[in-house]
Design a protein around this ligand. Structure first.
Ligand code: GLN
Length: 503
């Protein structure tokens, strides 16, 4: 059986989803459990265990997240050129397991070592699993968006459980009577490593049904030479860890890295563009517009793990609709909960609008994403009017803010991944997916800076003053999001032209 036939067989699936999507769903679900579990602990860990002040912790948080997503570009590049999606993903999973085990053993001592392994690991894992999802569909298959939405629900199912569980265990609001105080952080990081092992085992099983999808791009090369390239990539990705430790633990270096990687990725894209037709290049330019706006989106959205973590810890009460819950756990997981609940509904609304001839194009959907984002941040701002004299305000209202923002995310994030696979030529799929996530890196980076500004303005303030400063910060972000939304809708006809019929 030749490779085209196998891929065609997979792509000619009957029904709404290919069966492989479900396997990838679970693999990504566990990986995101691990990732968001760790992520949700970072700021609290750094302030309570490593004794960083809030401003430093915010910057540090932004840096780690920026590196995580920046490495997706590198991981995508090596997948397209050397390893193929599968080996990249597998290798990334191994590195993530190593990172989380290191953290489980002694997070206080080996924090940056563990984090750095995780950074490189998710760089190899994250973009490539998303690209494999795109590969399950033929060009122009209108079931692609629905597939990415389902996959995105998997992302968020993992994020929901991991995001709540790990931080709640670490803070002692869950299983406190079973876990000795001094081991709470170890156990919480330990959870992340166990689920990452499950993710990888799931993927090993999945591979059997992927036909030739994601195999080596160097299949025609002499095996010995190919192995050498692969081994160099594996060794290189380990050798780079000490370098990342240095970069990530030092925010000036992070700045430098961020100055370099973005322009480098654009130069690389321009270099690759020489080999494509004008029509293909126009589509790539459209992809860049989406990527640039997504930077802004994530810069606001990703306050979630940074400044909103501190806001949750300091300024929110602990009852949601009458049920006692950890506010940090809610901050980490409410958004995911709403994604799971509403991803399918949003999909149905698009199909319904399509039938009526009113479905907005992807650019307008992105614009709507910003408008929801703006409305959500206005709600965060509004919480200040419900505060008591200690500066503690309503978790209910805060959660409602996440409810609104989630619709914004659903207008942008799954659709963004899907449009990357549709606008990129075959040879550049993983790199473009990497660039999509690289935009998140910049988003995270700017999110850290924005969060640090808010945190530094509130240093030495009372809790009530803190609340006001944070809330006013969110009001500003809401305004910027509103402006972006309007701008995107205004330029939509132009971008639509560049997309040449791709939807
Ligand atoms: N929440 C999504 C995920 O984890 C998107 C993250 C992002 O691109 N910033 O996959």
């Amino acid at each position: 059986m030749n490779s085209t036939l196998e891929i065609e067989e997979i792509q000619n699936f009957k029904g709404k989803y290919p069966k492989q999507l479900w396997y990838l769903f679970f693999s990504e679900m566990w990986e995101r459990f691990s990732f968001y579990g760790m992520r949700g602990m970072l700021v609290i860990f750094m302030t309570s265990q490593l004794m960083m002040n809030d401003e430093v912790a915010n910057l540090q948080y932004g840096a780690t997240q920026a590196f995580v997503y920046a490495f997706t570009f590198v991981g995508g590049m090596f997948a397209d050129k050397i390893l193929g999606y599968r080996k990249s993903l597998f290798w990334g999973g191994i590195l993530m397991i190593v990172g989380s085990i290191v953290l489980a053993i002694n997070p206080q001592e080996f924090f940056f070592l563990g984090i750095s392994f995780t950074i490189v690991g998710s760089g190899f894992f994250k973009p490539n699993i998303s690209t494999i999802v795109g590969k399950l569909y033929k060009e122009g298959d209108n079931r692609t968006d629905a597939g990415f939405s389902l996959f995105y629900a998997g992302v968020n199912l993992g994020a929901l459980i991991g995001g709540y569980l790990c931080v709640a265990v670490a803070k002692g609001s869950l299983f406190a009577s079973y876990i000795p105080v001094e081991l709470r952080w170890n156990v919480a990081f330990g959870f992340a490593s166990i689920v990452m092992i499950i993710s990888l085992l799931t993927f090993v099983q999945t591979q059997k049904s992927l036909g030739k999808i994601g195999l080596s791009p160097l299949a025609d090369m002499e095996p010995k030479k190919r192995k050498t390239y692969e081994i160099i990539t594996f060794l290189g990705s380990i050798a780079i860890v000490p370098f990342i430790i240095l970069l990530v633990s030092n925010s000036q270096y992070t700045d430098l890295f961020m100055f370099i990687i973005g322009p480098f990725s654009i130069l690389y894209l321009l270099y690759e563009m020489r080999g494509f037709t004008l029509a293909e290049n126009k589509k790539l330019i459209a992809a860049m517009v989406f990527i640039l706006f997504s930077i802004l989106f994530w810069a606001f959205f990703e306050q979630s793990g940074g400044s909103l973590s501190l806001f949750a810890a300091n300024n929110l009460n602990d009852t949601l609709l009458g049920v006692e819950l950890d506010p940090n756990g809610v901050n980490n997981s409410a958004n995911s909960f709403f994604v799971i609940l509403f991803a399918a509904l949003v999909g149905v609304v698009w199909i319904w609008l399509n039938k009526k001839g009113f479905e907005p194009n992807t650019v307008v959907k992105f614009g709507l994403g910003f408008l929801f984002l703006a409305a959500g941040f206005y709600v965060f701002y509004y919480t200040k009017f419900f505060a008591d004299e200690n500066g503690v305000t309503s978790l209910d209202l805060f959660t409602f803010g996440w409810f609104i923002i989630t619709f914004g995310e659903l207008c942008l994030s799954p659709i963004g991944m899907s449009i990357m696979t549709k606008l990129s030529p075959q040879k550049l799929q993983a790199v473009m997916m990497g660039m999509w996530f690289l935009a998140s890196a910049y988003g995270q980076y700017f999110a850290g800076i924005l969060g640090a500004n808010i945190a530094s303005a509130s240093e030495n303030s009372s809790n009530l003053e803190k609340l006001t400063i944070y809330a006013d910060g969110y009001q500003q972000l809401a305004l910027y999001a509103l402006i972006c939304g309007i701008a995107l809708i205004a330029i939509s006809p132009l971008v639509k032209k560049l997309m040449q019929g791709v939807k």
